[in-house]
Design a protein around this ligand. Sequence first.
Ligand code: SF4
Ligand SMILES: [Zn+2]
Ligand SMILES: [Zn+2]
Length: 311
Amino acid sequence: MRCRVCKGPIVIELRQHNAAFCEEHFLRFCRDQTARSIKKFDMFGTDDRILVAVSGGKDSLALWDILLDLGYTADGLVLGLGIGEYSESSTEFARTFARDRDATLHEINLQESYRFDVPTAARETGRVPCSACGLSKRHLFDKTALELGYDVVVTGHNLDDEAAVLFGNTIRWKDDYLARQAPVLPARAGFPRKAKPLVRLGEREMAAYCLLRGIDYIVEECPMAEGNKHLEYKALLNELERTSPGAKMQFYFGFLDRAARHFEPEDAVEHLISACVRCGSPANGEVCSFCRLAERAAPVVLLPTRSGRDS
Ligand code: SF4
Ligand SMILES: [Zn+2]
Ligand SMILES: [Zn+2]
């Protein structure tokens, strides 16, 4: 096989696109696919300030790299989740990336700012680790973006992630989650705009992108991911993709084109009684879910009223 564009030797074959590319044209393909999603879903413009939710993994670092390359103003935020060596290494990869590109990286360490970490929060509240972690991440990314005046928070969710989430939400018919499956969610009171510019690219492409661009990232899976249903759904969809190339794209984009409109977003904000008395974030009662989690995970410490951050 030869490169679809220049007919030169290839570095990757993409069966779902019935195409293969050389290094130069594969990197261009990744940028083009990202730019196409940004435009099609009207995610953000060149005047917007973008906050990249950085995990230290391939997707978020590749996304940050592509956005900088495309000329966007994109800073990163990495959270120290306190998941042992995994968190330390992840943060270090994010720091190295930012240093190499002279990019701005904000950091929030859960333990330093809130006196708890994800394993403790999960243990003390009886939540599964990913639930405590997801709640903390959403809260801190949203809050930081609003406080620092970013227009949009972008995450590195790729096609494999989104197809797996859609699969899980569909087999259980979770209407409220299906309503929030779109690759861009508008800003609401107390929440910034959110976007997922990598929805046209898969895990394999992102790993290849990082390899070719010399981006080092954390390869190991999070040790707390065990039992996470999404990994199971990803494996199922990978098997399907193996025999039916393009199945994931058809499933996910078919949903967006044909079915998403039938799931009206529930306007959760209308049900909010007030701003959280501790941190000011939207809350269902006096105290928001994150502050409730933090109080149970670190009960003896008075919570700060504003999230801490460095650099
Ligand atoms: S796998 Fe779960 S616990 Fe680990 S970083 Fe992801 S959401 Fe957090
Ligand atoms: Zn080529
Ligand atoms: Zn709060």
